[in-house]
Design a protein around this ligand. Structure first.
Ligand SMILES: [Ca+2]
Ligand SMILES: [Ca+2]
Length: 181
């Protein structure tokens, strides 16, 4: 598959929260195995059925849930949502060094941030190009994870697996030893 045009509207249907909880509908890479956090079987009870004691990380809009590893490899094991954000930043960041900003033609503007708000306003507006399947898959997964808006809380395992495989497809030298199994 090769795509000659994509638009800011390309992507999974809006509101992918249930897909994320169920661990499905990301662009899954051939030869990779995907699994899930044990969320889908208990969803009827709602989040607070199990997570009555979760607090907010002070000064942020994130939950105080520590990640299992330093997934974004910045030297600190942070909250799950910060680790996910760190991986999303590899795709789009304010310094303009993200994979979706440095491909030719770029999908996102040089000063875009990896946020829900800037999915539309940060879109570079490239009208045509010749992107690889790995690049189109990366766009799909980036948008799905951003639009889920939980930054991994709905399904940390699937979110990390999809992000690692997305980054690995764009950078074959990526160290993926921390990818959840
Ligand atoms: Ca980290
Ligand atoms: Ca980080």
């Amino acid at each position: 598959m090769e795509a000659k045009s994509v638009s800011s509207h390309f992507g999974a249907h809006h509101g992918p929260q249930s897909d994320m909880v169920n661990g499905t509908n990301a662009y899954e890479y051939p030869g990779k195995r995907y699994s899930s956090s044990p969320h889908k079987d208990v969803l009827a009870d709602g989040c607070v059925g199990c997570h009555k004691d979760i607090k907010q990380l002070s000064g942020t809009d994130m939950f105080d849930i520590k990640a299992k590893a330093d997934y974004d490899r910045d030297g600190t094991v942070e909250a799950v949502q910060m680790e996910v954000q760190g991986l999303l930043d590899a795709l789009v960041n304010e310094n303009g060094t993200g994979y979706l900003q440095t491909m030719n033609p770029p999908m996102f503007k040089k000063d875009a941030k990896a946020t829900f708000h800037e999915l539309g306003s940060g879109w570079a507006g490239s009208k045509s190009g010749s992107w690889s399947e790995a690049q189109i898959g990366a766009l799909w997964n980036y948008k799905m994870i951003i639009e889920d808006r939980s930054r991994g809380v709905h399904n940390a395992t699937y979110t990390m697996q999809v992000l690692y495989d997305t980054l690995k497809a764009l950078n074959p030298r990526l160290n993926e030893s921390l990818r959840p199994r």
